[in-house]
Write a protein that binds this ligand. Sequence first.
Ligand code: UT7
Length: 306
Amino acid sequence: MGVRFKGWGIAVPDRIVTNDELSLTLDTSDAWIIERTGIKERRIGGSARTLGALAGQRALDDAGLKPQDIDFLVLATTSPDRMLPATSCLIADDLKMNCPAMDLNAACSGFMYAVRTAQGLLETGNKRILVIGAEHLSRWVDWTDRNMAVLLADGAGATVLEYDPDGNDLLSSSLGADGSAADLLTCEHGGFIQMDGKEVFRRAVRVVVDSAEKAMFDADIKSEDLSLVIPHQANIRIIQAAMKRLGIEMERAVVVLDRYGNTSSASIPLAFDDARKNGRIKVGEYALMTGFGAGMTWASSVVRWS
Ligand code: UT7
């Protein structure tokens, strides 16, 4: 059976926070942040609910669908508005949807986990799934901690996945999790996000490369067949290192972290949207979507655009 990506939408807060603005209150600099991360500015504001609902509505509009056409809502978020109820229920209410809704937390791999989950839901009889990745990470950042404050940001992206008996866009998925690395990137109840950046960096490159190679093997393609790589947007140096090890030129990677920072579950759809707006998504071509994050989790998928 097949799965089609039908429509896409994004939402980001209006408020732009530049590196220079952060340097006014933190012992950091525009030069350090750009050199070590590639980030120039980020968007701060909104909530997982408001950003997620807007991105979801835009994906529905893009697909030419109504909320009632959706059988299931899966929201990937690591920064839900409340512990209870699930933010997906709040978004479903905003969009006037009356279908099942659930949150999924796989941190920065969340969007790809949600896409794979949606594929499973389609395989068991649902016709259309709205998948949203939405984050309000700024709420969980200690704004006096330069280690995290320069990296994380807010945003949302969404897509509609539709059952299609005659074709398939989602060719393979390779997902994984390693809870023994849980303390490398963590946020306690009522606390702030903390990270062993160096160790996360080292492991991130490894799991991206391993899962990407497995996804390509399962899809029966080689790295030279990929016209585009849409990676999680954490650090430009992680993307460069992974692309180098995969033997793929950087020109084929989509990079938006300079404008959006690290938006966790939202970063892959934000990158997709940018690639589409710039005419980089071409019918019939292969792309790799790949993410990694707290857990640690990782997820790579090979897609072919129809
Ligand atoms: O979404 C998934 C999770 N996130 C990630 O994947 C992020 C993974 N890690 C990273 O991106 C990088 O490790 C960081 C960007 C977090 C840090 O970069 P780094 O090259 O690993 O820097 P570092 O931690 O080794 O720090 C180098 C120096 C240190 O000073 P000393 O000890 O050399 O004097 C830090 O104290 O840079 C200092 N530093 C900063 N300086 C200015 C750390 N953060 C900052 C800062 N501004 N914001």
